[in-house]
Ligand binder design. Sequence first.
Ligand SMILES: *Cc1c(COP(=O)(O)O)cnc(C)c1O
Length: 456
Amino acid sequence: MHDFDADNEALVRAVLDHALGRMADEPPMRPVSTDEELRELVGETITAEGLGGTEALRRYVEHLAPNNIAADNPRYLAFVAGAPTPAASAFDFVVASSSVAGSSWLDGAGMVHAENRALRWIADLADLPATAGGCFVTGGTMGNLSALVTARDVAIRERTAAGLDRPGRWAVVASASTHASIDSAARVMDVDVILADLDDELRVTGEAVTAAIDGRPGGTEVFAVTATAGTTNVGVVDALDSVADACATAGVWFHVDGAYGGAAMAAPSVRHRYVGVERCDSLVVDPHKWLFSPFDCAALVYRDPMQARRAHTQHAGYLEPLMDDTVFNPCDHAHVLTRRARGVPFWFSLATYGTDAYRDAIEQTLAVARATRDLVVAADHLELLVEPELSVVAFRRRGWDADDYQAWCDRLLADGTAMLTTTTFDGEPAMRVCIVNPRTTVDDLAVILATLAPGA
Ligand SMILES: *Cc1c(COP(=O)(O)O)cnc(C)c1O
């Protein structure tokens, strides 16, 4: 079964051929089947004898592959999509076939070096010091959790060093526009979330952070503030510099969640929005969102990686061979041990195309977002909800309710026009498009928006 014989070689080639075809053409968008329908179509696939590669691949290609909605379709504008480069997607095969756990320098030095060069590029975009470092994790959710675990560990150490007891409750300051994963991390950690107010531009400011910290309940201590560099719903970058001031004054960890928006630090036209990011203690940026990497790839960077090591390193006799202070072990920086070297496809793509290509591709998506904003503003039946700062355009169709939006999304998917999903804004139903694919054109958006015209 394990011999790499002619049959296995033929199977690998057939699988790679399918993958190559998938990269060359995204499948049409269409609604997916129910689980019952798929059971019917695909039949039983897990059998004692095995189906054989040819048959298993046939069932995948004919029935399962078309029942996915590929996020790299230029008209996939729901959630935050992703559009991997061919180089990045191809190198995912290399990671898979190399059998290197990207956990430690001991057996993954080559992979770890590559990942760290890519991580360094992100740290440089944020103007973080040369000592900054971290690792690639599965997503922003895991990045945020790992960063907050480090932040709390630091706060515990500081209190202990100062001879203070642990507080009754720990809390993290966030806002109504913070991503749901921060709330999820707080639940995992059994800590509270204190909401800072948003200003008129939907931004968290230092003033609001200070008010949130000062207003904490008795017995509660704040161990971290999280600011968002590009909110998921509308793409607003919090006032990072003033939040950094508030964190410095309060002596609290400053985490920046740039899972979606951090990528645009590479775009000169919007780089000024991120001033203050260089003062963060930790930063998350998802290459699988707006840096053209396959799922699942999120960069987690710490100003001082030693703090992460104290919080996350796992200790056991069988792990002692890894304990070497002179080398860098990615697994010490997040809630992980065995890990896929998921930053390597991103590294290969950056190395292949160069960082200028990344800058240009991100600027391209920003330009399309600005043009989309203009299309919305020009249409009497549409209402722009927020001036776009990044590549999210949020709007309403005048006179529509939640059912109308949903029916519109269903129609667009049913006829293969686009993949859109609804959202809420100010508690009311709304639409948003998020443009992270450089192949998405203004014309794509014009076609989609035209279907909203009265009588269309
Ligand atoms: C997408 C997103 C996350 C979660 O990232 P995953 O990679 O989906 O886990 C966190 N924060 C923000 C701002 C996001 O946009």
